[in-house]
Design a protein around this ligand. Structure first.
Ligand SMILES: [Zn+2]
Length: 313
């Protein structure tokens, strides 16, 4: 079931020995097989919203775009055979400094859009590629200055890290993600028991989802699960079990999915965090549509965790 998770399927290969070789990168950039994935202000270039496909450039268009991009990041090779001349190197480029009209000739009918609007309709590999490009560009843009000394930083090793330009500092900065736990709390009972789901203030009508929150400093993942559940709903849990994870580059989270067992049942919600939280019997979740219950989006690990529970024996 793990292969159903979105945004975590890039099968690109980054050859470790070549990452410090600028001449190798430059040769790959000019190679006829090179694939360029454009990003503009955290948006990806997609053709046809109803049947979305990623727009990836090669050849003359790729070379022209490389000239005007303000950041180039190596994503990987599509083959582990480095010496194979027919493999393709994928690079993400940031075009945020280009006014959109100046890109019209490249875009054709395609549009830069927020990946979350179309990701779940896309081929999973393409969606993952766009998510990776978007996530890395977001990190690079937000780390243009050294967090240690405030000097500017530069991208090195094909964007694998950024280096502070102040020689007295010289700190290396690697792409970071923010760990967040997401958990389906369940309780035993007749007909498969029930699960605890909450409703945020900005959720669409009728939608409930598993609880989630960022991991605090000095906290284990299991402690974060127990704390978040208690803070948001007043429910205590034990038997906290890791289930699956998902990169969620909107903008920079790593979602760590858990199942937990409730040891109390009385809900007392934190109204700052949630509008409502309820116990949902398995039969209701199974027949969500006819029950008027909206489940979270299909490309989310929340949806995966719910299905994981529904598929329990
Ligand atoms: Zn510095």
């Amino acid at each position: 079931m793990l292969d159903l998770l979105y945004y975590s399927k890039t099968d690109l290969f980054r050859p470790p020995g070549y990452l410090t070789d600028d001449s190798w990168f430059n040769a790959r950039l000019l190679n006829r097989n090179t694939r360029i994935v454009p990003v503009w202000k955290n948006q990806n270039l997609v053709l046809d919203h109803n049947n979305p496909t990623a727009v990836i450039f090669t050849g003359n268009h790729a070379h022209a775009l490389l000239e005007i991009s303000n950041e180039i990041v190596f994503l990987g090779l599509d083959s582990i055979n480095i010496s194979d001349d027919n493999n393709s190197a994928y690079f993400a480029i940031d075009l945020s400094k280009c006014p959109l009209p100046s890109l019209a000739a490249f875009m054709g009918q395609a549009k830069f859009i927020e990946l979350r609007q179309v990701g779940m309709l896309m081929d999973k590999r393409e969606g993952s590629l766009l998510a990776l490009a978007r996530g890395l560009m977001f990190w690079h843009y937000n780390n243009r200055f050294c967090s240690n000394c405030g000097s500017s930083s530069v991208s090195v090793q094909g964007g694998r890290l950024r280096l502070c330009t102040n020689h007295d500092c010289g700190r290396e900065h690697y792409p970071r993600m923010d760990p967040a736990v997401i958990m389906l709390v369940t309780r035993p009972g007749p007909d498969g028991g029930a699960c605890l789901m909450g409703r945020g203030h900005n959720f669409r009508k009728g939608m409930y989802s598993s609880l989630a929150g960022f991991v605090d400093q000095g906290e284990s993942l299991e402690q974060a699960v127990a704390r978040e559940v208690y803070e948001e709903t007043g429910i205590s849990v034990d038997n906290i079990k890791y289930r699956a994870s998902q990169p969620w580059p909107f903008p920079s989270s790593l979602m760590l999915g858990f199942r937990a067992r409730a040891t109390t049942t009385k809900i007392n919600i934190d109204t700052n965090e949630l509008e409502d939280a309820r116990w949902f019997p398995k039969s209701v979740v199974k027949n969500a549509e006819s029950s008027g219950l909206q489940l979270p989006r299909r490309d989310s690990i929340a949806f995966w965790l719910i299905n994981d529970w529904l598929n329990d024996n």
